[in-house]
Ligand binder design. Structure first.
Ligand code: PHE
Length: 433
C-alpha cells in the first residue's frame, strides 16, 4: 500500500494529466460527428455557452471535493456523510463500465494503425470496417491489448506511470493535431468546412440540441465519474480551483475545435456528408486519407493521434477505479490494478463481439456495446453529476465560499450550483430516459 497520498510533481503536470483525461475520443471522434449531425456552427455556439457557464460548476465541485478531502471517490462521499457512500460506488461503477466500450474503439484504433503502417490499405473501408469489426478473435484481442497497454500506467503509480505517460503523449498529441489541422486548411474544401463550423444558421436551432450538447460537454470533461475527484485529490495545496477549471475547459475546447478544423475541410473537399455519424473516423476519413498523396502517412498519424487521445483518457478511468479499490479494500496499487483490469476484460469481451456473433444479444433493444455507451453517457453521467451538485451545494456547509469565494461571482456560482444546474440536469435526465 502507498503510505502517503501521491501528489502531482508540479501544477503543469496536474493540468496536463487532467487535460489528458478530458481530451479523448469524445473530442476527436464524437465531437465532430455530433456537430456534423446537429447543424455545425449553431451547435458549437450552444455547446460553448453550456460548457463555459453550466458545466464549469460541477467541474469545480469535483476538483474541490478532491482537493478538500484528498480521498478516492467512494471515501470522499463517505467523509461527507457515511450514508452517501453508495453514490461513490455509483461513480465507480460508471467509470468501470465506460472502458468496456471505449477500449473496444481503442482496439479498432490499434488495428487501423497497423493497416496504415503495413501499407495494407483496403479499397473499400465501408466493407472493410464491417467485416473487421464483426470478426471474433482480432477485435477481442486488440481490445484486451489496448486494455493492457493502458493498465500499465496506473499499475506503475501516479508519478512514475500516469504523470510520465501524459507528459510525453500529450505534447506529441498536440503536435500531430496541429500538423493535421494545417494540412486540412490547405485543402480545396477548407472554406466551406470552416463556414460550416463557424457561421451559425439559427433556423437549425432546436431543443434536443441543448441536451446533446450538454451530454457531450459532461462526457468530454470526464465529469460525473469521480475521475476529476481522484485527479484533484493528488493536487498541490496551492492549486486554484476556478482557474484550473477554466484552463481545462479552454484546452479541451481548443482541441475539440482543432479536431473539427482538421476534419470538416477534408470532409467538404471530398464531398462526404458531415453528418456521416460515428463511422466518420473509421470509414469516411480513412477513405479520404487513402486518396491523398502519402496516404499511409496521414492515415497513420491520424490514428496515432486517436491512440494518444484515447489512452490518456483510459488511464484516468482505470486510475479512478484503482484508487477506489486500494483505499476501500486496503490492497496494494498493483493488486488493485490487476483486479480492475480483470473486471474490465470480462465485460469488454462480449462488448467487442457486439458487432458480430453477439449482435443479436440485446439489452433494451441495444447491443451490449451500444447499451454501455447509452447507459453510462445518457443516464449515469447526468445522474451522478446531479448528485454531486446537490451534495456539494446543500450538504457541505459553506462549500461555495471555499470554492468560488464570497464575491459577487461566488454568489452567482452558488445560485447556479444549488438551483439552476440541478434543474437543467433533471430536465436532461428525464428527457434522456
Ligand atoms: N473525457 C473523455 C473523452 O472525451 C472520456 C472520459 C470519460 C475520460 C470518463 C475519463 C473518464 O473521451
Amino acid at each position: 500500500m502507498e503510505d502517503k497520498r501521491p501528489e502531482w510533481s508540479s501544477h503543469i503536470s496536474f493540468i496536463i494529466a487532467t487535460v489528458g483525461s478530458a481530451v479523448g475520443l469524445g473530442n476527436i471522434w464524437r465531437f465532430p460527428y455530433i456537430m456534423g449531425k446537429n447543424g455545425g456552427a449553431i451547435f458549437l455556439l450552444t455547446y460553448l455557452l453550456l460548457i463555459a457557464f453550466i458545466c464549469v460548476i460541477p467541474l469545480c465541485c469535483e476538483l474541490a471535493l478532491g482537493k478538500l478531502y484528498k480521498k478516492d471517490a467512494i471515501n470522499t462521499f463517505k467523509s461527507i456523510n457515511p450514508k452517501f457512500k453508495f453514490f461513490g460506488w455509483l461513480c465507480i461503477i460508471t467509470v468501470t463500465l465506460i472502458p468496456c466500450f471505449y477500449f473496444v474503439v481503442g482496439g479498432w484504433i490499434l488495428n487501423y494503425i497497423w493497416i496504415f503502417l503495413s501499407s495494407k490499405i483496403p479499397d473499400n473501408f465501408t466493407q472493410y470496417f464491417s467485416s473487421f469489426s464483426s470478426q471474433i478473435f482480432i477485435p477481442v484481442l486488440l481490445t484486451l491489448l489496448f486494455l493492457l497497454m493502458t493498465a500499465m500506467f496506473p499499475y506503475r503509480g501516479v508519478n512514475k506511470g500516469i504523470e510520465k505517460a501524459n507528459n510525453i503523449m500529450m505534447p506529441l498529441f498536440a503536435l500531430i493535431l496541429v500538423i493535421l489541422a494545417i494540412f486540412a486548411i490547405t485543402q480545396p474544401g477548407a472554406k466551406e468546412g470552416l463556414f460550416f463550423m463557424f457561421k451559425p444558421d439559427f433556423s437549425q436551432f432546436n431543443k434536443s440540441m441543448i441536451l446533446t450538447a450538454l451530454g457531450q460537454a459532461l462526457f468530454t470533461l470526464s465529469i460525473g465519474m469521480g475521475t476529476i475527484i481522484t485527479y484533484g485529490s493528488y493536487m498541490k495545496e496551492d492549486t486554484k480551483i476556478v482557474k484550473s477549471a477554466y484552463t481545462l475547459i479552454c484546452c479541451d475546447t481548443i482541441i475539440a475545435l482543432l479536431a473539427g478544423i482538421m476534419i470538416f475541410p477534408i470532409v467538404f473537399s471530398f464531398g462526404v456528408e458531415p453528418s456521416a455519424g460515428a463511422s466518420l473516423a473509421f470509414i469516411s476519413l480513412p477513405e479520404m486519407f487513402a486518396k491523398l498523396p502519402f496516404s499511409w502517412f496521414f492515415g497513420l498519424i491520424f490514428f496515432i493521434l486517436l491512440f494518444f487521445a484515447s489512452i490518456t483518457s483510459g488511464i484516468s478511468m482505470l486510475e479512478t477505479t484503482v484508487a477506489a479499490f486500494m483505499d476501500n479494500f486496503k490492497i496494494s496499487r498493483k493488486k488493485a490494478s490487476v483486479i480492475t483490469t480483470a473486471i474490465i476484460a470480462v465485460i469488454s469481451i462480449p462488448s467487442a463481439l457486439s458487432f458480430g456473433v453477439l449482435s443479436n444479444f440485446k439489452i433494451l433493444g441495444k447491443t451490449l456495446f451500444d447499451f454501455l455507451d447509452y447507459f453510462t453517457s445518457n443516464i449515469m453521467l447526468p445522474f451522478n453529476t446531479l448528485i454531486i451538485c446537490l451534495i456539494a451545494g446543500w450538504c457541505i456547509p459553506d462549500f461555495w465560499k471555499k470554492v468560488f469565494g464570497e464575491s459577487f461571482f461566488g454568489r452567482v456560482c452558488n445560485i447556479l450550483l444549488k438551483f439552476i444546474v440541478p434543474i437543467i440536469l433533471i430536465f436532461v435526465l428525464v428527457t434522456g430516459i
